[in-house]
Design a binder for this molecule. Structure first.
Ligand SMILES: Nc1ncnc2c1ncn2[C@@H]1O[C@H](COP(=O)(O)OP(=O)(O)OP(=O)(O)O)[C@@H](O)[C@H]1O
Length: 242
């Protein structure tokens, strides 16, 4: 699904953050990305979402070379990608359902989004997606009253309903207690397998990467120092990453 060859990224004037990264990642994979603070995890995600310019490298998505595509093609592709951040942005006073409906209407047409014209079918679809992430009973709660883990699941729901095929989850469980963190990652894992999505998830906690990643990457010094199928890391691997 994604093939990257020799991705390099430097921030001006000469801070080289990513150094000739190459990889292939496919649908159904949950790639847990580990790395110390400042190792370049967010930069990597931003590069893959084409929000940052690359110095160098080749980017193949779904068999097409998208390295130098123009703004319109980028816009179309970005609809297939979703970014889940540590603190998701919502309209806090609106219910979970209305926040999810917003993403659905925007997908269908910008005009419907602006006029907020919701059909019975849209309503059912949004409820169905909330059900998939276990939030049916919170559908009518204002988002500001939801817990951190529940907010993440609303964000995941918005990503799913807009039809995302690749999800970049940037430290989605920082700030959550261990139980809530596990629940969010479990949802991501289930949905990744069931809907055959490709999920990249940056994490600070090794145990969570070991438990939920089908693959684990360790980023250090701008390079992948670990790229393995999900399993317990050895002490040596941990030392390479941190
Ligand atoms: N817009 C920018 N301009 C210049 N330098 C930047 C910019 N964004 C990030 N950096 C630098 O690039 C390096 C990597 O940052 P990045 O945010 O990708 O790391 P990270 O692994 O996501 O860190 P954290 O785990 O703390 O979120 C850091 O040294 C950071 O200061």
């Amino acid at each position: 699904m994604i093939i990257v060859r020799n991705l390099s990224k430097t921030y001006p004037p000469d801070h080289r953050v990513l150094e000739r990264l190459s990889f292939q990642a496919d649908e159904g994979e949950l790639v847990a990305l580990l790395g110390a603070s400042g190792s370049g995890k967010t930069t990597l995600f931003r590069c893959l979402m084409l929000k940052e310019k690359w110095d160098d490298g080749q980017y193949i998505y779904d068999g097409k070379d998208i390295t130098g595509i123009g703004p319109w093609d980028k816009f179309k592709l970005r609809n297939q990608w979703a970014y889940l951040e540590e603190k998701p942005q919502f309209n806090p006073k609106k219910s979970a359902l209305k926040n999810v409906l917003g993403a659905l209407l925007f997908k269908k047409s910008v005009w419907r989004f602006i006029t907020n014209s919701v059909s019975q079918e849209d309503h059912m679809e949004a409820m169905d997606y909330l059900d998939r992430v276990g939030l049916l009973d919170k559908a009518h709660e204002p988002v500001e009253k939801l817990s951190g883990g529940e907010k993440q699941r609303v964000a995941l729901c918005r990503a799913l309903i807009k039809g995302a095929r690749v999800i970049y989850a940037d430290e989605p469980v920082s700030g959550l207690d261990p139980e809530a963190a596990s629940l969010v990652l479990q949802d991501l894992q289930t949905i990744c397998r069931r809907e055959k999505l490709l999920v990249f998830c940056s994490l600070h906690q090794v145990e969570l990467a070991e438990k939920f990643g089908s693959r684990i990457w360790g980023l250090s010094g701008g390079k992948f120092v670990v790229d393995i199928a999900g399993r317990r890391l050895t002490q040596r691997e941990k030392e390479l990453i941190f």
